[in-house]
Each structure stands twice: as C-alpha cells, then as structure tokens.
Design a protein around this ligand. Structure first.
Ligand code: XMP
Length: 510
C-alpha cells in the first residue's frame, strides 16, 4: 500500500492535507517534524512526502527545520506555503520577507505546464496566506507559477521530483487544489489507489488491540456519532476490556436511552453500564431557571456520576474518548467569548486520573467518522443523527426543569420529528426539535377551557451550525405537527414556529 508522509511544521490545515490525500484513496499519516528522523523516513517506504505550512519565517532561529538530506532520498516532496519556502531554503535558495508582497485570500495564479499542474488551466484562483516569498530559486529548480505579487508561486525540480507551492492546494478556495494533490500523488509519486475507509477501521482496530492489550478502558458513551463509533471500534479491538458508561440524565429524547442500550448491549454485545441518574439530576436542577447555571449543574453532576461509576469498576487505567479532529482544533482556539458553556461528555472527566487517553478518531473529520460508522455496521439513523447537546433537553425547557415539562416536551418533540421525516423535510433541515416554553395560555377543547404550555418548534438549515437559517418548512408540515401535538399531547394549548436565524438567535433556546 502506498503511503504519504505529511511532515507537520505547525500549519493550521495539516489534517486537511491528510484528509485530501485520503480522499484520493491513498493512505496519509501526519508526523510532527521533530517526531521522525530522515533515516526513519528513508526506512519507512513512503511514496511521497508533503511539507505542511506553518506560521514561521525560515530565517527565524526558532522556526522548525528539517535535515536537508530528506531532499536527496529520491522520495518525491511537495512543499506547501512554509513547506515550500523551507524546501527552497534547504536546497540553497533565498527567501525574503515582504510586507508589500504579502498575499492573503483568493489570488489569481498563473501556472506553467508541469506534471504537478496537468489538466489545470494556466490561470486559476488559489488561496494564499503569506508574507515571505522565495526570491532566489535553488539550483535545479524553475518557477512554474506566479501571481501578481509573487514571482515564485510554485517551483519544480522535475528531475528530483521536488515541488513547492506557495498557495494552499488543500483548501477548497483553491479551485484546482485537489487536482494539484491528485497530480502529486499519481503523476509525481506514482501512487495507486490503494486505501479505503475500511482499512482505517482495520488498521485502527489492530493498533488499539496492541496498545491497549491487558488494560481496562473506560469510555463515556453519549449515543452521539463520535462516541458511538469509538465504542464500536474499541470493542472490536479489546472486547470486554472496554467498559462503556452511558449516563442517562433523564434529559434524553423519547425512548433514546433504551435505544442506545439495546443497540450497544444487544447488537454489539458491548460491556455497557447504563446509569439511570434522572432523579439525581432533576433534584439538583429543581428551582433553577438560569440557563448557564443549568448547564453548569449538569456538567458537574455528570462528572460526579461518571466518577462514582468509575470507582466501582476497579483497575481502569485508560480513558477513551470520541474526540474528532474539529474538536482538537476548537479546543486549541484559545479564549473567545463564552456564548454558552458547551460541553460534551467525552471532554468532561478532566480531573479524573488516568494513565493514558485513547482517542481513535482524533485524526478524522465528521464525514470520515460517519463513513467508518457505516462500515462498522452502525445503523444509518444513528450515523446521520442530528446533533444533540450534551445537556440534553435541559436547554429546551425554558424556566424550571420538571419531570412534567420534560415528558410533555418529549412527546411533542417526537411528533414533530416524525412529521418532518414523513414529509422528507430532514433533507432540507439539519436540526429540528421542539422547545417547551415557560408560558402558559388559555385554549379550548370541546366545550372546555384548557390552560397549558406553549411549545415552540425549531428547525434550522446550516452548514456548520455557526450560522443558521430557519428552515422554510411547508405549511402542511407545520399544520400536521401543530394539530397532532395539540391533540395528542396533554398539557399543550399552543404551538409556535421559531423564525429566527442565527445570529442573532442561537440554535438552542438556552
Ligand atoms: P447554539 O445553540 O450554540 O448551537 O447555536 C449550535 C449547535 O451546538 C449544539 N449545542 C451543543 N452541543 N454540547 C453540545 O455537544 C452543548 O452544550 C451544546 N449546546 C448547543 C446545538 O444543538 C447546535 O447543534
């Protein structure tokens, strides 16, 4: 199997490079520049190497460098952005910093004919993000692309199969970026398509079987896609040595707890402990109406329940988490204003002491995790399920959380989701649910006056949940949901539809 080394010099798109390579059905692994030596690279049998970008300037003494011998191993190399400059520097070229020559964003790049740019028009848009540029090419290299401000937007030493590009082929703004990577893999490195997502599952199962041999591993299973896929994968690797703890905080959707239990225990025979902690959570939440306080209470109580359960398990030394790559980037983002204190069960037990942490999905993006989930036989409805917040229905009960309100909400929510799916509106909406407000109003049923809650229906259409549009649902769907909810669920007299986008609103009501 061909494999590509992505040598990491600290750029922000490094996982994206690996992902783009994998999408060409070629295996890619990322190594930090100081985690591998040139001898190890030579011995590992790579078909090609990609130097990533990075925030530094090559003349900065603190900037990451690598043994220049890597360019003489006969293994093709593609340098990207900082990697391109580093390659030029290592091969004897010169780089100059130039504020006036800096380029950021979509930039027209003119490319010449060379193996890297086969089947790409001579003029196209690429994504640039640089201040320094290669001013003197190393011996044996020619410039094969330029932009208005950058005389060497790409360079090539075709004989030695060394290429550098100043732009970022891995980001989608570079219109022919995927083609550049494709050409590097197949035209320059001579790779063949030899890697499939199934292989990831297999390789990963083998890896964790070895690494976790003889250890007892604990995983907090939420029933979300990531922790579910991690659970099934690790179960394949270590079977009963994996203990999954599923904390049912009583804030789950209708029948969700049973579904998760039946699926993981029943279908997969996973060693699953379901902790029914509804009473614990509801008593802690009694009388609390402030959204942030609710979230905090749930987060803290979750840790307590989890810890209490872990204590009963004996010699657990490893914590497994369903962390995926976007979580890794997000957690490194630093301090941005807290709009809501999001929490995911996987990230919670920080204060618990474990010898190590196992994160089998750490390098993957959501769609890759889904693909593996399907390969591992997880049902479609689980793999493509909509996001569900860690604090569960608590953020959809306005005002005090009571069992009565939760039960009413669960019924209304189930009906709304059913009607949405029946009308295939799940194709146009990315997340939809019901919210129970704290507002009660008068209604009439038969000859009787009723007095019940107002339920709001929320449906959003979004790419990334950072911004979202309210979904333009057909009136018929809203009508069916409203009619069924008011008829079938006792305690609701009014149904409204939320027509606020994000921003200014958020997706959840609390
Ligand atoms: P907001 O309400 O912040 O929601 O616009 C954006 C997306 O995040 C989900 N969400 C959460 N997910 N833990 C989570 O794992 C949380 O505490 C949480 N709060 C909101 C929300 O459902 C939507 O998909």
């Amino acid at each position: 199997m061909d494999k590509i080394l992505v040598l990491d010099f600290g750029g922000q798109y490094n996982q994206l490079i690996a992902r783009r390579v994998r999408s060409e059905k070629v295996f890619a692994e990322i190594k930090n520049y100081d985690a591998i030596t040139v001898e190890e690279i030579a011995a590992a049998g790579y078909s090609g190497i990609i130097f990533t970008g990075g925030p530094n300037s090559v003349y900065d003494p603190a900037s990451p460098h690598f043994d220049p011998k890597v360019l003489t191993l006969g293994i093709p190399v593609l340098g990207i952005c900082y990697g391109h400059q580093l390659m030029a520097y290592m091969a004897g070229g010169m780089i100059v910093p130039s504020e006036s020559g800096s380029e950021y964003g979509k930039t027209t790049v003119f490319m010449k004919n060379c193996p890297l740019f086969e089947d790409i028009p001579t003029e196209s848009v690429s994504w640039m993000s640089h201040t320094d540029y290669v001013s003197v090419l190393p011996e044996g290299f020619t410039a094969v692309a330029h932009s208005a401000k950058c005389p060497c937007a790409a360079m090539a030493n075709e004989k030695q199969k060394l290429y550098g590009v100043q732009f970022h082929p891995e980001v989608t703004h570079t219109v022919y970026g995927q083609r550049v990577l494709h050409n590097f893999l197949f035209k320059v490195c001579g790779c063949t398509e030899s890697w499939r997502m199934e292989d990831f599952a297999e390789v990963s199962v083998a890896r964790w079987k070895k690494e976790l041999a003889g250890k007892k591993v604990l995983l907090a299973l939420s029933g979300g896609v990531d922790s579910s896929v991690a659970a099934v994968l690790l179960n394949k690797a270590i079977g009963q040595d994996l203990v999954c703890v599923f904390v049912d905080h009583g804030l789950l959707r209708k029948d969700e707890g049973d579904y998760v239990e039946n699926l993981f225990k029943g279908k997969y025979g996973i060693n699953l402990i379901r902790v029914n902690a509804e009473e614990r959570f509801l008593s802690k939440l009694a009388g609390v109406t402030e959204p942030e306080q609710k979230r905090k209470i749930i987060g803290e109580e979750f840790i307590r329940v989890f810890e209490d359960t872990a204590k009963t398990l004996g010699d657990v030394t490893v914590l497994a988490q369903g962390t995926i790559y976007p979580d890794v980037i997000e957690s490194g983002k630093g301090a941005s204003a807290t709009i809501k204190s999001h929490h995911n069960v996987g990230g919670l037990p920080e204060r618990m002491k474990f010898e190590s942490i196992a994160e089998p999905l750490r390098d993957l993006f959501k769609d890759e995790v889904r693909e593996i989930g399907l390969k591992l036989g997880l049902p479609k409805e689980m793999v493509f399920r909509q996001p569900f917040p860690g604090p569960g229905l608590a953020v959809r009960v306005i005002g005090e959380i009571t069992k009565e309100k939760l039960d009413i909400l669960r019924e209304a929510d189930a009906i709304f989701r059913e009607e949405m799916e029946k009308a295939h509106c799940d194709r146009i909406a990315n997340q939809y649910f019901a919210v129970i407000t704290d507002l009660r109003s008068v209604g009439v049923m038969g000859d009787f006056r009723t007095y019940g809650y107002t339920v709001a229906l929320r449906s959003v259409t979004t790419d990334d949940f950072m911004t979202a549009e309210w979904t333009r649902l057909p009136y018929e769907v809203l009508e069916a949901a409203s009619s069924r909810i008011t008829n079938e669920v006792k305690g609701i007299t009014r149904v409204v539809y939320d027509i606020t986008s994000k921003p200014p609103a958020t997706v959840e009501w609390e």
